[in-house]
Ligand binder design. Structure first.
Ligand code: FES
Ligand SMILES: [Fe+2]
Length: 461
């Protein structure tokens, strides 16, 4: 039965709420972070067939992926005229390129002669024009057909109607999005509350420092769900229970496309079985990669790990990046502030942790996906902005903790190994299930349910 219930905010008994932790630190407190938003939801079980069936996957391809705005890359990855990047989703492939007049274009990656892909899937680079690698038909960057070898063989070819077909492309906050639906609403409408919230956290002064793409053996939503709740933290990430507020983090659902969670750092989880001292807690967060300079400090008399962490990170951001953090609360400086944009990205927008996570199905397989972590750093003020990182692609058996690129970010690397290491077993368990459905908690898993509710709206259109 699909019962809608009243909005319900459940708090973890005996634990401080995220709001209480935030307000115990240094302000100013953003009104945006003081908001709570928990619309009524159903409590019905959610069938596993939504994660495992080819038929459901095909419907998603047709009714969701062809209709939604999808994050492609950062604007600085296609900064100069001729820069291009290929974005793939299911059978679809789109070449996003910067045109000579400075605008962006998104072309379907299929030659109008005999269909060859114009650029290899997943590739990026620079070319002054778009030339098919098969027989050499050539288009200018704005999509006009310019050259056809042996043109005398094609007196019947109309150049004007053989411009490269386009998808929609728009940018916001330094991020490029495409939409395969020509009649889609503008990106700004799709983004809902996001532009208003992110006015406080612009991303344009940050650059892409690291990009890791891992193949996973599960449905794309299974991987995504793991980042929409921290209910699993004590079991999957026992090392985190001494340093984050997991069961007492805040979850908000704002509109069809945007939800978020707010997770306090340098505090003890209500689930911690072996609480540790404040100095050890401080060392773990600062040396584990949650400070730009990975240097710990000695606690002053009566000082909490959280206060010391905020002070240390503020100092490091100022020293290393010339950043003035005085207009931001401790929460904005040290905590995890993570927004989910339907259907498949997370934007972490704290000052010491700015990342994108993106999950995409591989080809037309409901049982495989890629999970990407894109780590941003503030652009240096005194030298040119570094080039954006190119993707490091790893297989499902490789570990983040083995990657030299993750040096200095051990806490993140261990956590990612634990999260991604779980998912194949979950996918196989779904296939093995007699019950055939999942039963979600009311509050901590409310964002997974909100996701499915939006998914249904698209599927029913
Ligand atoms: S398939 Fe592209 S030029 Fe022939
Ligand atoms: Fe996790």
């Amino acid at each position: 039965m699909n019962i809608q219930v009243k909005a319900e905010v459940m708090t973890c008994p005996g634990a401080p709420t995220f709001q209480e932790i935030m307000h115990s630190g240094v302000g100013p407190y953003s009104e945006i972070l003081e908001q709570r938003s928990n619309p009524p939801q159903s409590r019905a079980d959610i069938p596993f067939s939504r994660y495992t069936s080819q038929e459901f996957f095909d419907l998603e391809m047709q009714k969701v992926w062809r209709k939604v705005w999808q994050y492609v890359c950062r604007e600085d990855e296609v900064a100069e005229a001729g820069d291009y990047l290929v974005y793939d989703i299911g059978r679809h492939s789109i070449v996003v390129t910067r045109v000579t007049d400075g605008s962006l274009k998104a072309f379907h990656n299929s030659c109008l002669h005999r269909g060859a892909k114009l650029k290899p899937s997943g590739s990026s680079g620079w070319s002054p024009q778009i030339q098919c690698p098969y027989h050499g038909w050539t288009w200018s960057l704005d999509g006009a057909l310019r050259e056809v070898p042996c043109a005398w063989e094609f007196p019947h070819l109309d150049y004007e109607s053989n411009r490269l077909p386009q998808a929609r492309v728009e940018a916001w906050n330094g991020l490029v999005f495409v939409n395969l639906d020509k009649n889609a609403d503008p990106l700004i409408d799709y983004l809902g509350v996001l532009p208003g919230h992110f006015a406080r956290w612009p991303w344009t002064d940050w650059y892409l420092a690291l990009h890791i793409e891992k193949e996973l053996h599960c449905n794309w939503k299974t991987a995504q769900d793991a980042f929409m709740e921290a209910y699993h933290t004590p079991v999957v990430h026992p090392q985190l229970t001494q340093v984050v507020g997991d069961w007492n983090m805040q979850h908000d659902v704002f509109d069809d496309h945007v939800s978020r969670d707010l997770c306090a750092f340098a505090v003890c989880s209500p689930a911690a079985k072996q609480p540790i001292g404040e100095q050890e807690r401080l060392d773990r967060v600062l040396l584990g990669g949650r400070s730009p300079n990975a240097v710990s400090v000695t606690l002053a008399e009566g000082q909490t790990a959280r206060d010391a962490m905020a002070r240390q990170v503020r100092g490091a951001l100022e020293a290393d990046y010339g950043m003035d953090t005085s207009g931001y609360s401790d929460t904005e400086v040290i905590d995890s502030i993570k927004y989910n944009l339907f259907p498949n990205i997370f934007l972490y927008t704290g000052l010491s942790m700015r990342q994108i996570h993106r999950i995409r199905p591989i080809a037309n397989d409901p049982g495989r996906c890629t999970f990407e972590v894109l780590i941003m750093r503030p652009a240096p003020r005194d030298r040119p902005r570094p080039d954006p990182a190119t993707p490091v692609r790893i297989t499902k058996n490789q570990l983040y903790t083995d990657l030299p690129e993750m040096a200095g970010m051990e806490l993140t690397a261990i956590t990612l190994d634990q999260d991604t290491g779980n998912l194949r077993a979950q996918h196989e368990g779904m296939l093995a299930s007699e019950k055939g459905a999942e039963t979600l908690s009311i509050y901590q898993e409310s964002r997974i349910r909100a996701f499915h509710e939006t998914l249904d709206k698209y599927l029913n259109r």
